[in-house]
Design a protein around this ligand. Structure first.
Ligand SMILES: O=P(O)(O)OC[C@H]1O[C@H](OP(=O)(O)OP(=O)(O)O)[C@H](O)[C@@H]1O
Ligand code: HPA
Ligand SMILES: [Mg+2]
Length: 185
């Protein structure tokens, strides 16, 4: 199944990561996470909606018990640049005080979402808060974010697929690619 199985059109410029490359990298991160959290309970917190695919595949790569909870926050709306205003659309169901929390994200772009979210979760008294993200754009960072597990560093271009959307489209692509400029011009 190729990148364009969903759209079958010319909306994508380039494939950055195939399904196989994503799966292999998540398996490596899973081994690191198993080692680092050995003997401790672990709560994975997925950030909706973009992180659904990463959460599903990372959690299934882990050879251990984990709990999963979800938050929905949004700062991008339907555009390609962060509004800088983070809104909680859905909060956790779990009380995280005293818990080891690992935030699972699809992408760190400006860092605004994650820096806000880490501060928000730390204020709830967890034992620890770490971040696992599949993608990070080092050149786009506006807020420093301490990330423990990074899948891939990527150039500063808008990407879609594997959970990542442009105006809610392309999330169900199996691979990740850059969007052709004509799509948002
Ligand atoms: O580092 P930043 O510049 O803050 O960008 C990263 C955030 O932006 C995207 O979420 P979005 O707000 O698009 O919501 P979504 O996951 O529902 O698409 C992405 O899933 C991250 O949560
Ligand atoms: O490059 C991106 N693509 C999709 N959603 C995003 N949210 C932040 N950066 C991105
Ligand atoms: Mg989005």
């Amino acid at each position: 199944m190729d990148t364009q199985h969903v759209e079958g059109d010319l909306d994508l410029d380039q494939t950055l990561f195939t399904e196989d490359q994503i799966r292999a990298r998540l398996a490596e991160l899973a081994r690191d996470i198993e080692r680092d959290y050995e003997g401790r309970d672990l709560l994975l917190v997925g950030v909706l909606k973009g992180a659904v695919m990463v959460m599903a595949d990372l959690a299934r790569s882990l050879d251990r018990h984990v709990e999963m909870d979800w938050m929905a926050v949004s700062s991008y709306g339907s555009g390609t640049s962060s509004s800088g205003v983070v809104r909680i659309l859905k909060d956790l169901d779990t009380d995280i005080s005293g818990r080891d929390v690992l935030i699972v994200e699809d992408i760190i772009d400006t860092g605004l979402t994650l820096s806000w979210l880490v501060a928000n979760l730390k204020s709830r008294g967890p034992a620890s808060v770490e971040i696992a993200t599949l993608l990070r754009k080092p050149d786009a960072l506006r807020m420093e974010v301490d990330v423990t597990y990074v899948g891939f560093d990527i150039p500063n271009a808008f990407v879609v697929g594997y959970g990542l959307d442009y105006a809610e489209r392309y999330r169900n692509m199996r691979s990740i690619g850059t969007l052709a400029p004509h799509v948002y011009s």
